[in-house]
Ligand binder design. Structure first.
Ligand SMILES: [Zn+2]
Length: 350
């Protein structure tokens, strides 16, 4: 038997107006959990949409990172235990924390991304960290959120660097999934996911700059709608259709290594990931695709050299990346020498 729960969502500058109809089926009460900034950005609109239809019985800060400890603390709150459903409001780490809480409690979860920075709102999997912010593990719910409400005006009013880094993260999907699955015999749902993956990057490269410019001015247009769905939904649908081992590869291994390797400065997930995608494409000899992406990164100031991610000598970064689970499934052996050579070649482009 195979269960297949695919994401469902509502998108638009009035998306929350669909909440009573969609969520009313699952009960009468909800608690809101999220980050402070996220709740401030979305709660007023959300509460006004719920008025007269659903009672919001509490609003809580998720913590400061996606940790098992924060997820457990939330599950111990009386209001959370008594609510019919949980509304997770915010970015990836808030949403992932609540996924674990709701999953362990077997409660319906609805997600309200306030940033277009990753596919966390629509995926069944979460990424978790130790209280010291070092990566801990991934954890799977049996299904993704019951529904996701994407208010594009809230997204456009969020700090633009999240949208910018979100594009960087979404650019990894096509290349990592196709690379990881290369040569495999696929099941129906896997091949569906891989078909979708083949079409991720073109739309981002085509509409990315126009969307970024709109978000800079906190406005919404068709490019923002397109790119937001690409960042949150395309990547999320693929993630749910393919096995964990296909979902990430060298780019995410380099990111996960970067969190634990000394470096200068602070970087958003997608900013490091997109640099890793350039390394992957270089190593894999996909020069034409790499050049397209490289030009896009240059135009949008996404990282495309070591200095942009605060690293001088990449040796340790690469050594630590090679032992990450993201590289469990590869079409050929990925060695330190190959990755170092790719990084060197990429640096020469600058
Ligand atoms: Zn990612």
């Amino acid at each position: 038997m195979e269960n297949q729960f695919l994401p469902s969502y509502t998108i638009g500058s009035n998306a929350y107006e669909a909440v009573p109809e969609v969520c009313g089926f699952y009960g009468k009460t909800a608690v809101v959990i999220g980050g402070n900034k996220a709740r401030k950005a979305a709660e007023k609109r959300l509460l006004s949409a719920c008025k007269g239809a659903l009672e919001v019985t509490g609003s809580f800060l998720y913590g400061d990172d996606a940790t098992y400890e924060n997820a457990d603390a939330l599950a111990n709150l009386k209001e959370v235990q008594e609510a019919d459903m949980i509304f997770a409001v915010g970015g990836g780490r808030a949403v992932d924390t609540v996924k674990k809480t709701a999953g362990e409690m077997n409660k319906p979860i609805f997600t309200f991304p306030t940033l277009a920075s990753n596919c966390a709102p629509v995926t069944a999997v979460g990424a978790y960290y130790y209280p010291n912010h070092a990566f801990r593990s991934v954890w799977y719910r049996t299904r993704p959120a019951f529904h996701t409400f994407i208010d594009t005006q809230v997204i456009a009013e969020a700090p633009e660097e999240y949208f910018w880094a979100g594009i960087g993260d979404a650019l990894s999907k096509q290349y990592e999934v196709v690379f990881s699955s290369r040569g495999d015999t696929l099941t129906y749902s896997q091949s569906l996911g891989i078909q979708l993956a083949h079409h991720c990057s073109d739309g981002l490269l085509q509409h990315g700059e126009e969307a970024l410019n709109a978000v800079k001015n906190q406005t919404v247009n068709k490019a923002v709608d397109y790119v937001t769905q690409n960042i949150i939904c395309s990547t999320g649908i693929i993630s749910n259709l393919v096995p964990e081992d296909y979902n990430s590869s060298l780019a995410h291994a380099l990111y996960n290594s970067h969190t634990g390797t000394p470096h200068e400065g602070k970087y958003l997930h997608g900013a490091v990931v997109v640099w890793g995608v350039l390394v992957l494409l270089t190593m894999d000899g996909q020069t034409e695709e790499r050049n397209k992406l490289y030009d896009f990164c240059k135009r949008t100031q996404l990282p495309h050299k070591l200095a942009h991610i605060g690293i001088k000598d990449p040796t340790e970064l690469v050594k630590n990346a090679l032992i990450k689970p993201d590289l469990r499934k590869v079409p050929y052996e990925v060695t330190e020498a190959k990755v170092m050579k790719a990084i060197e070649d990429l640096e020469k482009l600058n």
